[in-house]
Write a protein that binds this ligand. Structure first.
Ligand code: AR6
Length: 171
């Protein structure tokens, strides 16, 4: 059942998939971390398209072209800033994954790579974030039977180990 989810350690900007997800901020106008890497690798046309989008709410997602990237689309989502766990952070993070997958389906995307949304400068605890990511993707794709392949793209070996162990417990 879980064969539509894979973990890999990579720079998400190098992946030859239909869509990569960007862990953006509400301005959608770039930043550091994976957001900065995606904008640098995609080129200035990405920022030009993002300027037309009027930002994005936390938990929501918007899609653009991917320009110089190998992917076809970038799906931008805004994860919650971790504030101790009592500020709806878990539900908002789950909404990010759901809304990204919904956009992917609407655009006939067959493969999508996610970074660990909110687990960098937004400080969401990594293990809990991985559990939410795997559970939400598993539930969504099982219900939709969309045939989408999901890659959890981890920047570090430690992050990949966390995802592998969460996936092993989910199977
Ligand atoms: N490929 C894959 N994963 C990466 C890459 C990469 N090239 N670079 C970083 N990561 P973060 P957030 C991982 O901080 O916590 C930005 O400034 C990183 O190891 O990029 O959602 C935005 O503009 C971590 O696991 O995003 C926002 O202001 C994960 O990506 C804010 O940061 C997310 O880390 C969003 O914070």
């Amino acid at each position: 059942m879980q064969n539509f989810m894979t973990v890999l350690q990579a720079d998400i900007t190098t992946l030859n998939v239909d869509a990569i997800v960007n862990a953006a901020n509400r301005s959608l106008l770039g930043g550091g971390g994976v957001d900065g890497a995606i904008h640098r690798a995609a080129g200035s046309e990405l920022l030009a398209e993002c300027l037309l989008l009027d930002g994005c709410e936390t938990g929501a997602a918007k899609i653009t072209g991917a320009y110089q990237l190998p992917a076809k689309y970038v799906i931008h989502t805004v994860g919650p800033v971790w504030q101790g766990g009592q500020h709806n952070e878990a539900a908002l993070l789950a909404a990010c994954y759901q809304n990204c997958l919904q956009l992917a389906m609407q655009h006939a995307v067959k493969s999508v790579a996610f970074p660990g949304i909110s687990t960098g400068v937004y400080h969401f605890p990594k293990r809990q974030a991985a559990e939410i990511a795997v559970t939400t993707v598993n539930n969504y794709l099982s219900a939709q039977q969309s045939g989408i392949q999901v890659l959890f793209c981890c920047f570090s070996a430690e992050d990949a180990r966390i995802y592998q162990s969460v996936l092993a417990l989910t199977i």
